[in-house]
Design a binder for this molecule. Structure first.
Ligand SMILES: [Zn+2]
Ligand SMILES: [Zn+2]
Length: 162
């Protein structure tokens, strides 16, 4: 069975959930909105915080169930950020998701230059006889705001220079 090549939008996902026989609640709608607006992986706690409107919104269990459901339908995937909790991101089949993670401030950037691993992937597929390979990569490092390339802080003025 091939997946239909639908536009990857909140409405398309809601239709998919309806097709699974699920009720579209305000909470489910809001969670999807948050995922589409984020543009980066979010933890369950972050998703819950972002869905709050005037302190009202889905509880943690609701967020957890929704994300588990979306994951089972391959509409989101988990991203390994080497942190204690799981991070989730939308999984548009037409897009590719590799990340760079700053180990100091936690900033996550989705890499949108062409993936350098396509050739390696083909090589691996041929070598092991696998097909339809995919991957998701996380690079870890220090971002420009935290890194050694940042200009050194100005010397304190008013000191006594001898
Ligand atoms: Zn940083
Ligand atoms: Zn890649």
């Amino acid at each position: 069975m091939t997946a239909p090549t639908l536009a990857f939008t909140p409405e398309a996902i809601l239709n998919r959930l309806r097709a699974e026989g699920l009720r579209i609640t305000a909470s489910r709608r809001k969670i999807l909105e948050v995922l589409f607006q984020a543009g980066k992986p979010l933890s369950l706690q972050e998703i819950q915080d972002l869905t709050l409107v005037r302190r009202k919104g889905p509880d943690y269990a609701t967020v957890f169930r929704m994300m588990t459901l979306l994951e089972s339908l391959h509409l989101v995937h988990k991203v390994n950020l080497q942190r204690s909790c799981s991070y989730y991101e939308l999984n548009d089949p037409k897009k590719h998701y590799d990340h760079i993670v700053c180990t100091r401030c936690g900033k996550v950037v989705v890499i949108d230059i062409p993936c350098p691993l396509r050739a390696t992937e083909e090589h691996i597929a041929r070598h092991y006889g696998f097909s339809a390979l995919t991957h998701s990569l996380e690079f870890f490092g220090t971002c420009p705001d935290c890194g050694p390339l940042r200009p050194a802080k100005k010397r304190r003025s008013g000191g006594i220079d001898i």
